[in-house]
Structures are given as structure tokens and as C-alpha cells.
Design a protein. Structure first.
Length: 174
């Protein structure tokens, strides 16, 4: 009887130590989020040199001129909140809510003059860019790009444990 109690105690201690390591690893940045505000228009031609990394994806849009208005980058950690002020009294607020093996999930709230106009959760695949087309005005259309860049050397457990989203690979037939 004493031996069983000792094994249970050791098992509990091991679970606590493993859990502590997981929490510490989840708190470490595993990549970054990059957000850009771009003015896209058909007035003239040109591509802001600072947008070269996004050129391929932005060229799919029906505009001839792209100008970077604002850019910000943040490390990606669970629960972190990020924000960027945008033209026209707008502000984009983001919260990292989940991290899977090949994606990050963000909660986005776009405010205009301190009132929410968009509130949604988005799933962005690693090393990809999400485009949000904004309102048009006389100068052009506001395009917001949100990119997820992953440092695979720092990959550990998901930001938040969510068994319902876990993907289990199928057994391979030989």
C-alpha cells in the first residue's frame, strides 16, 4: 500500500514539473506578427520599396500604386495584445488567442472613432499573409496586411491547449 502511494506521489510530481516546463515554453515568443497599413490606388503607378516582401500578394489586387503608411512587428506570445493606429481615426487591436502546429489564431477588433466596426477571429497559416481591404476614400483604399512569421527553432507546445483542434496523423499503410 505504501509503495502505491509513493508511485502516485512521484507521478504527480513529474506531472507538475512537466506542466511547469510547458508553461514556460508557451510564454516564449515563437515568431512574430507583422502588420502593415497600405494605401492602394489607381492614381499613377508605383510600389513602395518597403513593400517588396508583400509585392507578390498585393499585385493580385486591382490597383496600380501601393504606398506603405505604417508598419509594426511584435513577438508572438499567448495572450499578448497588439495594436496599430490607422488613418481616418481607426485602430486595429489584436490578441493572440491560439497557436497550432502550423497556424496562429488572432482576435481582431477594428475600431473607427473609438467604435468597433469589425470584430472577428482569424486563423493565419504560418509564413503567410492575411489581407483586409478597408474603406475607400478620395486617396485610395486602405489595405491592412497581417503576416505570421515563425521561428521553427523555438516551436514548442501550442499557445493554448485545445484538444478539439488537435490533428492526429492517420496511420500509414505499408
Amino acid at each position: 500500500m505504501q509503495r502505491t502511494a509513493g508511485l502516485v506521489f512521484i507521478g504527480s510530481l513529474a506531472a507538475i514539473v512537466v506542466g511547469a516546463g510547458t508553461a514556460a515554453a508557451a510564454d516564449q515568443p515563437v515568431g512574430s506578427i507583422h502588420v502593415s497599413a497600405v494605401l492602394a490606388s489607381n492614381e499613377g503607378r508605383g510600389f513602395d520599396p518597403e513593400l517588396q516582401e508583400q509585392r507578390k500578394i498585393l499585385r493580385r489586387l486591382p490597383y496600380k500604386k501601393y504606398q506603405l503608411l505604417r508598419h509594426t512587428s511584435h513577438p508572438l506570445k499567448a495572450g499578448d495584445q497588439y495594436g496599430i493606429d490607422l488613418p481616418g481615426g481607426r485602430h486595429l487591436h489584436m490578441t493572440a488567442i491560439d497557436r497550432g502546429p502550423d497556424y496562429v489564431m488572432l482576435r481582431l477588433i477594428l475600431n473607427e472613432h473609438n467604435r468597433p466596426v469589425v470584430s472577428t477571429d482569424v486563423k493565419i497559416n504560418d509564413d503567410s499573409i492575411l489581407l483586409l481591404g478597408g474603406p475607400k476614400d478620395k486617396k485610395g483604399t486602405l489595405v491592412i496586411t497581417i503576416g505570421s512569421v515563425v521561428d521553427r527553432r523555438k516551436m514548442g507546445p501550442p499557445l493554448r491547449s485545445n484538444p478539439s483542434r488537435e490533428v492526429v496523423p492517420a496511420a500509414r499503410a505499408e
